[in-house]
Write a new protein. Sequence first.
Length: 293
Amino acid sequence: MKQLLILNLVALFAYTATAQAKFNVPDQKFVAPAEITFTNTTPTSKKPLVYTWDFGDGTSSAETSPMHRYSHSGNFTVILKAIKGKKTTTFKKTLQVTAPEICLIEIETEFGTMTAELYNATPKHRDNFIKLSEEGYYNDLLFHRVISGFMIQGGDPDSRNAPAGKSLGMGGPSYQIPAEIIDSLCHLKGALAAARTSNPEKKSSGSQFYIVQGGPVNEQTLNQIESTRRFHYTPEQRARYLVSGGTPHLDHEYTVFGQVIKGLDVIDKIAAVEKAPGDRPLKDVKMKIRVIK
């Protein structure tokens, strides 16, 4: 009996001495934005363990095996602490999240988040949008003009904290952007394009933009636009329009400088909100924009 007790004590000592917090992550390259699942492999215990996670980017979790999203590239030291009574064990691992090869932004709303690519083919619009986004210019601005089956528009600085009923759509920085109308860039559903006033050079607003919702497109519509505007769609452009829909009547009139690649359903949700006269949503739809790099 005494020998058995000694063996049990030795086994208990060995467990407490060697049991350490530990986790695994998928063996792959992580590119921002990256959603990473952390699999907790800490040895089990009869006494419940309490877990705390520090993801290295200022956020934390108390889940057992959480999934975390990194919006930016960088090296992140992830710390897992397993707490059992007064004893705490710690495990650290550094993860590398690399920058995307294309320029990406995220437009966050209460209806979800849209991820969009900014095109290198329109560098003036790309660089201006990045600059304003990184300055926080767009944060808390409204989608102030929403037309179902057409588009959702925002980026007017006068929309920040604008009282109900205020007329919006004329604000912006004290400059315009020269048009960058590219034949290969069309107003497909999810297209990110620059709003503008009526001007012969088709210069864009310095900050206002719209995102296309659009509707179904057929061959007859594309043929009519080609005849009127005197240009031709490529077979690939035609195929995409027939599948995705959009607003082809805006092609060659406004600068398309990006495309929503994730979160197209968010456009539909915003476009469906109830509007007041003038197409402003009755309930404010705010945005927050960040650059992924």
